[in-house]
Design a protein around this ligand. Structure first.
Ligand code: ADP
Length: 504
């Protein structure tokens, strides 16, 4: 009995244990189920998020594609514009500029038809170019635009707008343009120049289905700027060219006038030279006979003469000499000027020529106690010159110096040097000098300075003219530098002889 009770008790305990175990297992399962549920929820949420992200990626991709397309279109448009710009810059002719904007060009930037309105001096722009319209329709557009006075609105707006522009002030004109041009999709851009509004360009898009963008508007603006610049350059060129033509015409006219005046001057100068030459020639013969008769009478071969007559005859002789001198100078000047003067050019020793003249003038130098210094470089080249004529030059220049330096303290200095331009010879004195005005004129025929010495000593005013002509006939130059009461320096140049005389 007791065993049975134990058995029941044991059974009872075992059942309770089993129940507890079962309950525990159930509890664990329940916990696991809850965890599973949470995981499922988390996964579901993640899935939803992933779906959202996938949608976003697709959307972004689509947008990116669209932007890329737009970008490609703009890049292609810009390339096309660059080509148009290069093409336009190749000409400076207005008509050619328009010819260079053709259908192919505007197609490249995404447009089909175009009209260009420009103005010159006239107030209103006129139709200057059209693409894709027949002439009659283009004319109709021009007339209607003019009638509706669109130019002022476009000018006022001052930048590009399109058929899809939303600006309220443009709605009326957009509607009217659609009606007139029968174009649903277009862009208008003003053409501006430095002086302001110059016209405008209207382009219609390739297809009504492709909507116009900001980018298209920018392309048309750039094209309008390019056209404006090309037309401005052409106008400037035309202005410069016509000014140049005008100038050239004037230069030709003036040259013609001047060469006419020059030939007239040459003819007058020739007549003068011929006249002087003829008169001098004619004077020489009677002068020679006057001098001859005076000499015969003075020799008293025809009978003795009273002292008084002899004195008069002496004067006749002296004056005849002066006159003969003058006539000879005149004749030489005339001959050099007319080119009939023949010179014997040979290698000339300047030092020798100067010394010969100094020796010749020695009596005058001694009479007035004037010193002469000759400072020539020992190795001075030979000049290519006519000996007799250069001696005449020295006689005149040294003779003048003797005349205008003071007695006793007067000095004359002769120097020379060589340069690439030839040999330069300077004859300086410490005489009375002359004013700037006189130095400008003393080489002119018959010019004599009004000073005390000239009032006393006779002269012709021909010596320096002759000297100048002789030097110029040698392709040389002559000039003077002088200061009143300080002295004068006469300088002249002569070409260097390439040959050296055999005797030297
Ligand atoms: P002329 O000696 O017959 O007057 P020239 O033609 O030789 O004519 O000279 C013109 C003028 O130039 C002279 O009258 C003189 O007034 C001025 N002249 C020339 N040489 C000198 C000089 N060395 N110093 C000052 N004046 C001079």
């Amino acid at each position: 009995m007791l065993n049975q009770e134990y058995l029941f008790l044991l059974l009872g305990l075992a059942s309770m244990l089993a129940i507890i175990l079962l309950a525990l297992t159930l509890l664990m399962k329940l916990h696991q189920l809850k965890q599973l549920n949470q995981t499922v929820l988390y996964l579901k949420k993640s899935l939803e998020e992933m779906d959202e992200q996938a949608k976003l990626i697709v959307r972004t991709d689509l947008e990116l594609n669209k932007t890329q397309e737009e970008l490609d279109k703009r890049i292609n448009g810009l390339y096309a514009l660059q080509r148009i710009s290069q093409d336009l810059s190749k000409t400076l002719n207005q008509e050619e500029i328009f010819d260079r904007i053709n259908q192919e060009h505007i197609r490249e930037i995404g447009f089909q038809k175009a009209v260009v309105f420009t103005k010159k001096a006239v107030e209103k722009p006129y139709l200057s170019h059209q693409i894709g319209f027949n002439e009659e329709f283009a004319k109709h557009i021009e007339d209607e635009f003019s009638r509706e006075n669109f130019y002022d609105i476009i000018k006022e707006k001052n930048h590009a707008f399109s058929s899809v522009s939303k600006a309220p002030e443009l709605q009326k004109i957009i509607k009217a343009i659609v009606t007139i041009t029968k174009l649903d999709s277009f862009i208008i851009s003003p053409i501006s120049q430095k002086d302001g509004f110059y016209g405008f360009i209207l382009l219609s898009s390739l297809s009504d289905e492709i909507p116009l963008t900001e980018g298209d508007q920018e392309l048309v603006s750039i094209l309008a700027t390019q056209i404006g610049q090309a037309l401005e350059n052409a106008e400037l060129f035309e202005a410069v060219y016509s000014q140049h033509q005008e100038l050239e015409k004037k230069v030709i006219e003036r040259t013609k006038e001047l060469s006419g005046a020059l030939s007239e001057l040459k003819a007058v100068s020739k007549r003068k030279t011929d006249f002087v030459s003829a008169v001098s020639h004619e004077l020489r013969t009677p002068l020679t006979s006057i001098k001859g008769y005076a000499s015969i009478l003075l020799s008293e071969k025809l009978g003795l003469l009273p002292q008084e007559i002899k004195e008069r005859l002496d004067k006749i002789n002296k004056h005849s000499d002066e006159l003969a001198h003058l006539v000879n100078d005149l004749l030489d000047i005339a001959q050099i000027e007319s080119g009939r003067f023949t010179m014997k050019l040979e290698p000339l020793d300047i030092k020798h020529s100067a010394q010969t003249v100094i020796d010749l003038l020695n009596p005058q130098l001694r009479e007035r106690s004037i010193g002469v210094q000759v400072n020539l470089p020992p190795k001075l080249s030979f000049a290519l010159a006519d000996k007799t004529q250069i001696q005449r030059v020295f006689i005149n220049l040294i003779g003048n110096a003797i005349k205008f330096v003071p007695e006793k303290t007067g000095t004359i200095n002769i120097s020379a040097f060589e340069s690439s331009g030839g040999i330069q010879i300077n004859i300086s004195d410490n005489g009375i000098g002359m004013s700037h005005n006189d130095t400008e004129n003393i080489f002119n025929e018959f010019y004599r300075v009004d000073n005390v010495i000239n009032q006393k000593v006779k002269g012709t005013g021909l010596g320096l003219t002759l000297v100048k002509n002789i030097i110029q006939a040698h392709q040389g130059k002559i000039w003077v530098e002088s200061r009143i009461n300080q002295g004068s320096t006469f300088s002249f140049t002569l070409p260097i002889s390439k040959e050296i005389p055999a005797a030297s």
